[in-house]
Design a protein around this ligand. Structure first.
Ligand SMILES: C[S@@+](CC[C@H](N)C(=O)[O-])C[C@H]1O[C@@H](n2cnc3c(N)ncnc32)[C@H](O)[C@@H]1O
Length: 452
């Protein structure tokens, strides 16, 4: 690296995050959060870096297809720094309207000179200018193989495109692929132990945020123009938790009552557990467990910040059985580890990191965790199973299998919690499948059962 070359700072930060994701297999959201954890970046720079990183990760296979078409050097022979400089440049040229194309090229060339060998600037300049001159048709693959075409255009692995088509049909599959590449809303949950939604909206507006009510949950606020909401005084005072509305629905469907005993078997980082505790108004007890001690530390921080006093944290493997809790709990939540296919908008690397074999092994874990957890539910108590995925194998199939071998449980209809849910026929059956392309919130599955 040559330090004497002046480069654009936001683009350089985005490049380093992409390198970290690409070479060190870092998660883009975590690497990005670390990179933005500095006080000397403006809100505009933060937003631009975020857009660049997620834009490249979301559209990676389309961008790489373009590189392969316009570069004489095969992509595998290009160094990782230069690959990512090209990706950033192409993303700006092909996907962003507001960045002048000349700026995209010039800044990429400068990054190339800083991070590559001395002749690389000419190569980057050549490839990018060639792309600028190309017709839009040259930037699209041929459509002779539909799966391959959709996989490139929407930048998803072929197995996943195929799976979406098999599970939901070709029209819905295309809508899902398209939606997965868009940025989701950032939603927060009002901590009603400390403040009302209206008061918090007023306060956040005064702090300069654009806010609107979420329509699915009475505590939900959608916040626009945020890049560092965790730095806001209201966050530090514990007035809210960042959480999507799908995730908020889980605690409402679990419907914990004051003074009850609730067990949350997979609790970290604590979104639902703190919501449950909040609904119980700090009464009763929530036993919040997770297998990872370091993740429980995050739950602890959230619990303290939010002023919650009825949560007992326990480091416990849900694949093991805990006989002392048999038939003890009024409510048990299994927010199971899953493939996360409902939250690709938030974690775009998921689509590159998962494969069909992963789903098979996750399923085994889900079946075991649900079976173990069911022992803790007392008579008439509720068992809620939820995931942030949309594929039936991890959702409806798990529940059908569970009910087939556990006749002491029945599905319990989910009463309409918010107006939009009334449109979901399934809630009468006892489960709710939420899709981002239909509902515009995270893809979730939530099922409620009762021990009879
Ligand atoms: C979907 S996340 C839970 C999200 C959490 N309920 C929330 O709302 O913030 C699944 C969690 O299960 C945990 N986990 C994975 N395997 C586990 C096991 N065998 N026992 C307990 N927890 C486990 C993971 O560490 C992860 O935190």
């Amino acid at each position: 690296m040559k330090n004497n070359i002046l480069v654009d700072r936001p683009r350089e930060i985005a490049l380093k995050v992409l390198y970290d994701v690409n070479v060190n297999n870092a998660y883009s959201n975590i690497s990005l959060k670390n990179a933005l954890n500095t006080s000397d970046l403006s809100a505009i720079d933060r937003a631009f870096i975020t857009q660049l990183v997620y834009g490249v990760v979301r559209n990676k296979s389309r961008i790489d297809w373009i590189i392969s078409k316009f570069s004489k050097t095969p992509i595998k022979k290009i160094s990782p720094w230069v690959q990512n400089i090209l990706r950033l440049g192409i993303y700006q040229i092909v996907f962003l309207d507001k960045v002048p194309k000349s700026a995209a090229v010039n800044e990429s060339v400068k990054l190339g000179k800083k991070y590559g060998h001395h002749k690389i600037g000419g190569y980057i300049n050549g490839v990018l200018r060639h792309i600028i001159r190309a017709n839009s048709g040259d930037l699209m693959p041929e459509r002779n193989d539909e799966i391959k075409y959709l996989s490139i255009i929407y930048s998803h692995p072929k197995w996943l495109v195929k799976k979406y088509i098999e599970d939901f049909g070709p029209i819905a599959a295309k809508e899902i692929l398209e939606k997965n590449n868009l940025s989701p809303d950032i939603t927060i949950r009002t901590n009603t132990l400390k403040i009302s939604r209206e008061e918090l909206m007023e306060l956040l507006s005064q702090e300069g945020f654009e806010v609107k009510k979420g329509k699915w949950c009475a505590e939900a606020i959608i916040v626009h123009n945020i890049s560092n909401i965790e730095d806001s005084p209201s966050f530090k005072k514990g007035l809210f938790q960042i959480q999507d509305q799908s995730s908020m629905l889980v605690a409402h469907i679990l419907n914990p009552l004051e003074d009850q005993l609730v067990i949350d078997t997979c609790a970290a980082p604590g979104g639902k557990t703190t919501h449950i505790a909040q609904i119980m108004k700090n009464t009763g007890k929530v036993i919040a467990r997770d297998i990872y001690q370091h993740k429980l530390t995050i739950v602890k921080k959230n619990v303290e910040r939010l002023g919650i006093t009825n949560i007992q944290l326990e480091d416990f493997d849900a694949l093991k059985i805990d006989e002392k809790l048999f038939n003890k709990a009024d409510r048990v939540l299994v927010d199971a580890p899953c493939s996360g296919l409902g939250i690709i908008r938030r974690k775009p690397d998921l689509k590159w990191n998962k494969n069909p074999e992963d789903i098979a092994s996750i399923r085994e874990m889900q079946i075991k965790i649900l079976q173990n957890a069911s022992n803790y539910v007392k008579k008439d108590g509720f068992l809620v199973y939820s995931t942030c995925t949309i594929n039936p194998e991890e959702n409806q199939d798990i529940i059908e299998g569970f009910l087939d071998s556990n006749s002491s449980f029945k599905l319990l209809p989910i009463e309409a919690i918010a107006d939009p849910m009334k449109t979901h026929e399934e809630i009468q059956k006892g489960y709710l499948q939420i899709f981002p392309h239909v509902d515009d919130i995270d893809g979730f599955f939530i099922c409620r059962m009762q021990r009879i």
